[in-house]
Ligand binder design. Sequence first.
Ligand code: ADE
Length: 421
Amino acid sequence: MVKIPSDIKDSALWKEGVDKIEWARMEMPVLRKIEADFKKNKPFKGIRMAACLHVTTETANLMRCLKSGGADVHLCASNPLSTQDSTAAALVEKYGIPVYAIHGENNKVYYKHIHQVLDIKPHLTMDDGADLVSTLHKDRKPLIKDIIGGTEETTTGVIRLRSMAADKALKYPIIAVNDAMTKHFFDNRYGTGQSTIDGLLRSTNILLSGKHFVVAGYGWCGRGLAMRAAGMGARVIVTEIDHVKAIEAVMDGFDVMPMNDAASIGDIFITLAGNCNVINGDHLKAMKNGAIVANSGHFDSEIDLKALNKLAKKAPRRIRHELDEYVIGTKKIYLVAQGRLINLASAEGHPASVMDMSFANQALCSEYMIKNAKKLKKTVYPVPLDIDNKIAAIKLDTMGIKIDKLTKEQIKYLASWKEGT
Ligand code: ADE
């Protein structure tokens, strides 16, 4: 048997991983359909792919789909705390996919794994947060000549790539999967909403009902979280820097105020703003005894961890799963998942049914890139509308839901401008 290259925690965990990957697969009918098509048409024959994604059961099913399409895909983690070691073991031992990812790896190992994936001299990149693409452009420039194109999964990654494109630093075309309607309307909103609460409960097991629950950032992720927290009886406060989003939060029924005011009111704080120091040292000082602080944005930059450590003076104490107690004078503050993505570090990320659509976008956009890269410039592209519509249509079909079709008369009506009042 060929030895699959890898750097994982423990290959003996593979059986547990297979059971979980197969469980997730049942909720991923769109990806299964794409996999069946890929198996026949082999769009990635001869293509080497470097993927930097959260190593979860849902990602495992995407990797299987790409491999069925003929891709030689190698996977590393897009966050040091999101890797499921049993999933990594199953990918290597059962599905023959090289993986470089260990749960809890330090920054040095995290980047070593990114370099190992880049060592294959990829034709396509698939990224979540843009660490792979940024490393490639900064440290592995000679590899760029072999690259056809790439895809990016998340809001933060798309923002980074747009900055690269604006600086003329981006050297190949990338499709912003995050911006597909079938991605952010569902994954960012319902996925983050549910999985963030899941992570919070696994780490704290607190009752949400009646608690002051501060949501920092009212993008699609914040909207989803505020909606789900309110649904569990929490008293939701939203903080924002964008006037329009702030009005939306008000009209959705939430209290809106600056973090300076919310800091002394909140029982639970969750950041999803995609920025640094959304919760800073002054906010931490103003918080009540027992306040719980967590982040559900891509990077661990949203809570000022340096300030937290400085205020606490002593190292934190681990008291539960991914829950650390900081003593600040006479009060205690609780930090979840070291300020990293709570939904993936404390729980298992978004449920498979929603990742089904996100990863269907990844699969179809990678195929699109192979077919169309020659026509594309070195910039960030939206997901083609027909891919978005196709994914929505398949998802509805697999849910057994039918919808109406425009009649000829309605098509004509929509195309005319003469008829009015
Ligand atoms: N991002 C959020 N949830 C995820 C999951 N379950 N798998 C991969 N990436 C994710």
